[in-house]
Ligand binder design. Structure first.
Ligand code: NAD
Length: 503
């Protein structure tokens, strides 16, 4: 696939930026930095497409989204290759990401009608002479602002669900992964038979935070943001001016808890994968591990052995690729330094593991809870293990974080019970990040991890507004809501209420 010339997507394009691969610096493509006029024009184009897209109904939209899915499968290798080149992640990780995104696209298209269509609800005893219905109607134009770490999976959690619900979408990919964003929109338009995207409900804007800010101020009907909590606050501030609703999918400091009866082999495998796959740049990655004292020695040895064997580099068979953005390398370095300087022990690697843009896996143990390595999102291949007396202490420490995105519990007998004590949006029990690939499960967090949900029925309703309709079926026996009411009517009305609700 050839990436488009920069002027084909922008009305004015006075300024541009270049996307390049993080490992080799390989040139990928040049894109416009869309300014507020460009953004306004593109949002207007998306808005013009809403009517036709909504009129297609659930079935028509499902057919179009199916074509998109099929095209993504036909050009699967091209997409995974581009994801791998632009983020630096190994092809295997790109493959997992794209497969899960396609699964969600399939589910959203196939279930939007069931979840959102008009349905009857009980009118209640007082209004028994009415029919009551609820219908989830599209919002209009949804802005989707995405991060770079999962440039297909993450934005698709909003794009696919918003489109299936009948909205038009304007997508701003991260400035580190614009080519993947372009590919997705281009493939959608090709699948629709509208390669220039003239009447498309899915549009692209490219650029950095200034473009994102312009999008938040462009009077879209909702902003679905995925990124850091710090940027999330800026997005909310911009949206507050026009009371634009927001969905916030922010960072995390997810804990993995290992109980005394855990399958230690499986827990160690999950700990290493959850902490360092995608070079640790995963919002729901394992950022802290709390292991019961009595099994800690064995567990730490197992993790150490696995982590030391991982191959890091740009070669195709590497387990871990580079850190995608230069700023992230500095954050990871600071966290390793802080963890060690406060008394944590490095079992594998250390500060010397940072060889930008690569970071070799680091295993730190017994890191004080006041270290930034424990309290802030590291977003790098650092496996941090702290021993605890028991699972009650583990739960307490896990819940002490400002974030509340996901968590993992390894325990044969008490896994689900421990999961319910954790103040997070998602928990995997004896399995690593399973909820990501279960389209029926809502995805999102609480606290500094944000609010609102993508995926599942909640994810569809996130991009719709309920409209309630109550229609009279036959005249009421009593009519208290009229100035023609008498004292007798009101007396009967009050007696009826006392009779109905007495029990
Ligand atoms: P980021 O906050 O730096 O940027 C995210 C997006 O916001 C980018 O497209 C960026 O251009 C845009 N942006 C920047 N300033 C803006 C502004 N003022 N107004 C509007 N948009 C603006 O995040 P990132 O570094 O791209 O991504 C990493 C973060 O994302 C991590 O914290 C990670 O945990 C989080 N994340 C969360 C989830 C989730 O589902 N909860 C998924 C993936 C990543």
């Amino acid at each position: 696939m050839s990436i488009h010339p920069v002027d084909s997507v922008t009305p004015s394009a006075p300024a541009t930026f270049t996307s390049s691969g993080p490992a080799s610096g390989e040139y990928i493509a040049q894109f416009a930095i869309h300014n507020s006029q460009d953004v306004a024009a593109i949002v207007a184009r998306a808005r013009a497409a809403t009517h036709k897209w909504q009129n297609q109904g659930f079935s028509g939209r499902a057919r179009q989204l199916k074509r998109w899915r099929q095209l993504m499968l036909t050009r699967f290798d091209e997409l995974t290759d581009l994801v791998s080149r632009e983020t630096g992640k190994p092809q295997a990780d790109a493959t997992i990401e794209v497969v899960i995104a396609i699964d969600h696209l399939h589910w959203a298209a196939g279930n939007a009608k069931r979840v959102l269509k008009r349905h009857h609800v009980a009118p209640g005893m007082l209004m028994f002479n009415h029919s009551a219905t609820v219908e989830y109607r599209p919002l209009g134009v949804v802005a989707v602002i995405g991060p770079w770490n999962y440039p297909v999976f993450t934005p698709m959690g909003s794009i696919a669900y918003a489109l299936a619900a009948g909205n038009a979408v304007v997508f701003k990919p991260s400035e580190f992964t614009p080519a993947v964003g372009y590919w997705l929109v281009d493939a959608f338009n090709e699948a629709l038979g509208d390669p220039a995207g003239k009447h498309s409900p899915l549009h692209l804007v490219t650029g950095d935070g200034t473009t994102g800010n312009a999008l938040c101020r462009s009077l879209v009907n909702k902003v679905a943001f995925t990124g850091s909590a710090a940027t999330g606050r800026r997005v909310m501030t911009a949206c507050a001016d026009s009371l634009i609703p927001v969905l916030m999918e922010c960072g995390g400091k997810d804990a993995l808890l290992v109980d005394t009866d855990a399958d230690l082999k499986a827990a160690a495998d999950a700990a290493v994968w959850g902490s360092v796959s995608n070079a640790g740049q995963t919002c729901i990655g394992v950022e802290r591990i709390y292991v019961a004292e009595s099994v800690a020695g064995k567990f730490i040895d197992m993790v150490t052995e696995r982590a030391s064997k991982l191959r890091v580099g740009a070669q195709p068979d590497a387990d871990i690729g580079p850190i995608t953005t230069p700023a992230q390398v500095d954050i990871v370095t600071r966290h390793i330094e802080d963890g060690i300087s406060r008394g944590g022990q490095a079992r594998v690697g250390g500060v010397e593991s940072v060889r930008a843009p690569f970071v070799e896996p680091v295993v730190l143990i017994d890191v004080p809870e006041n270290s930034i390595a424990v309290s802030e999102e590291t977003f790098g291949p650092v496996i941090l293990i702290n021993r605890v007396q028991d699972m009650d202490s583990a739960v307490k420490l896990a819940n002490a974080a400002h974030y509340g995105l996901g968590a993992t519990v390894f325990s044969k007998r008490r896994g689900k019970a421990i999961a319910r004590q954790l103040n997070v949006g998602m928990v995997g029990v004896n399995s690593i990040l399973p909820y990501v690939a279960i389209p029926t499960l809502p995805f999102g967090g609480c606290g500094q991890s944000g609010f609102g949900r993508i995926h599942g029925a909640d994810g569809l309703r996130e991009f719709a507004q309920p409209q309630s309709v109550a229609a009279q079926l036959f005249p009421p026996l009593l009519k208290p809501t009229s100035f023609a009411r008498s004292r007798h009517t009101m007396g009967l009305f009050a007696r009826l209420a006392k009779l109905l609700y007495r029990w």
